[in-house]
Write a protein that binds this ligand. Structure first.
Ligand SMILES: *Cc1c(COP(=O)(O)O)cnc(C)c1O
Length: 358
C-alpha cells in the first residue's frame, strides 16, 4: 500500500520531552507557554513580524474575513480546496469566481478587474500547491479599487517571493498546519499580517473576544490551539528543513523517471524558493487520468484528484471558469511524502507508462 500522503511523525522521544513539561505545568491550552514558543519559532523561521497560531486553516480564513470586516462579494479562485470557498460563504459573503492561469493554476490577474463590482470587498486567492499567486499585480489591482487581499497559503509553507516569505503579502495570509500538510501540528493553522492592529483584532477574535474576564471586544470565536498541538509543531519544525529537502529530491526524481510520460506540469521554474508540497500532473484528458488512477489503485497505490470538482461547480456555487473546469478534469496528485522510496517512485512511474502505452 502506497498512500497519496503520509503525515510526518518525529521520533517519539522528542515529542515526549515536551509532553513531560505539559504534565509538570498542568497547563493544557489557552495561550500556554508552548503555543507562545511555537509562534516565536515560526516567526523566526519564516522571517515574519506577526503570526497567531490558531485551531486550523479554515478558522484562520474565517478569522481573516471577520477581522477585515468583509461584506458582499469576495473575488476568489475556483481551483483550491473547498475550505477556501466555504469560509467565504460561512461568513455570509458571496464568492465570485475568477478563472486561473493555465500554467501556474493560480488566479488570473488579467480577469480580476472585470469581476469587480460596487459590492466587491476583497480578493481571496490561493497559492495552490505552494505556487505563489502574482502577488504584486494583485496588490496593484486591490489598491486601485480599495480592496482587501487575503491569501490562502495552506500549501505555501517555506515558499519565498522576492526574498520574503510569501505569507508577507496581502493584508492577511493564512496557513494550515493539518497533519497532511508539509509542516504540521496535527490540527492547526496560522494567520499572518504586517499590521499590528489587525493582529490585535485577530488575537481577540481567536479567544471569544475576551478582553479580561468580563469584557468582550468584538464577536469572537474559539480559534485557540492547545499545548499538545504546539508541542508537535515545535518538534516537526526541527525536521522541516529535512522534509523540504527530501520533497525536492523526490519531485526531481519523479520529473526524471516520468520524462517518457505524455503529461504536463504546473509551471514552477520561476519560483525563487519553492516547497514541492504536492506532485500534481496534468494528463492529456480525463480519460487518461481515470485509466491511470485505476492502474495505480489496482496496485494499491493512492492518488488524488486535487482539485476536482472546481469550486465554481459545487451545488451551492456558480461561476464561469473554463480554464479551471478543464484543468480540474485532468489533474492528479501522485504520492509524495518523506518516507516514499525511489523504488516506490519507480513502481509508480512503470504503472503510469504501462497505462499510457496500452
Ligand atoms: C488544507 C486546506 C485548508 C484547510 O485547512 P485545515 O487546517 O484543514 O482547516 C484550506 N485551504 C486549502 C487550500 C487547504 O489545502
Amino acid at each position: 500500500m502506497i498512500p497519496v500522503t503520509k503525515p510526518f511523525l518525529p521520533p517519539r522521544e522528542e515529542y515526549d520531552q515536551y509532553i513531560n513539561g505539559i504534565w509538570d505545568r498542568n497547563w493544557l491550552t489557552n495561550n500556554g507557554p508552548l503555543v507562545n514558543e511555537l509562534e516565536l519559532r515560526l516567526k523566526e523561521y519564516l522571517g515574519l513580524n506577526h503570526l497567531l497560531f490558531v485551531s486550523n486553516g479554515t478558522i484562520a480564513l474565517q478569522l481573516a474575513i471577520k477581522a477585515l470586516d468583509l461584506k458582499g462579494e469576495i473575488i476568489t479562485t475556483p481551483f483550491s480546496y473547498v475550505a477556501t470557498t466555504t469560509s467565504i460563504l460561512w461568513e455570509g459573503c458571496k464568492p465570485v469566481f475568477v478563472d486561473i492561469l493555465p500554467d501556474r493554476l493560480t488566479i488570473n490577474p488579467d480577469l480580476i478587474e472585470a469581476a469587480i463590482t460596487n459590492n466587491t470587498s476583497a480578493i481571496l486567492a490561493t497559492h495552490v500547491y505552494g505556487i505563489p499567486c502574482e502577488v504584486e499585480r494583485i496588490q496593484e489591482i486591490a489598491d486601485k479599487h480599495g480592496l482587501k487581499v487575503i491569501y490562502d497559503g495552506a500549501h505555501a509553507f517555506g515558499v519565498k517571493v522576492k526574498g520574503k516569505s510569501v505569507f508577507e503579502y496581502g493584508d492577511i495570509s493564512t496557513c494550515s498546519f493539518h497533519a497532511t500538510k508539509l509542516f504540521h501540528t496535527i490540527e492547526g493553522g496560522a494567520v499572518v499580517t504586517k499590521d499590528p492592529e489587525l493582529l490585535k483584532k485577530m488575537a481577540y477574535l481567536r479567544n471569544f473576544g475576551h478582553d479580561g474576564f468580563e469584557r468582550f471586544n468584538g464577536i469572537g470565536i474559539n480559534g485557540k490551539n492547545s499545548e499538545f498541538h504546539a508541542a508537535m509543531g515545535l518538534v516537526v519544525l526541527n525536521h522541516v528543513d529535512n522534509i523540504l529537502e527530501r520533497k525536492k529530491k523526490q519531485a526531481e526524481y519523479y520529473f526524471e523517471i516520468l520524462s517518457g510520460l505524455k503529461v504536463n506540469y504546473p509551471k514552477i521554474d520561476q519560483i525563487e524558493q519553492y516547497n514541492y508540497a504536492y506532485f500534481p500532473i496534468l494528463f492529456s484528458d480525463e480519460d487518461q487520468l481515470k485509466k491511470s488512477m485505476k492502474g495505480l489503485e489496482d496496485q494499491g497505490i493512492g492518488s488524488r484528484r486535487y482539485f476536482f470538482p472546481g469550486l465554481n461547480q459545487l451545488e451551492f456555487t456558480q461561476g464561469n471558469c473554463p480554464v479551471s473546469d478543464e484543468i480540474s478534469k485532468r489533474v492528479l496528485c501522485l504520492p509524495l511524502y518523506h518516507t516514499l522510496t525511489k523504488e516506490e517512485q519507480r513502481m509508480i512511474a512503470r504503472i503510469l507508462l504501462r497505462v499510457q502505452n496500452n
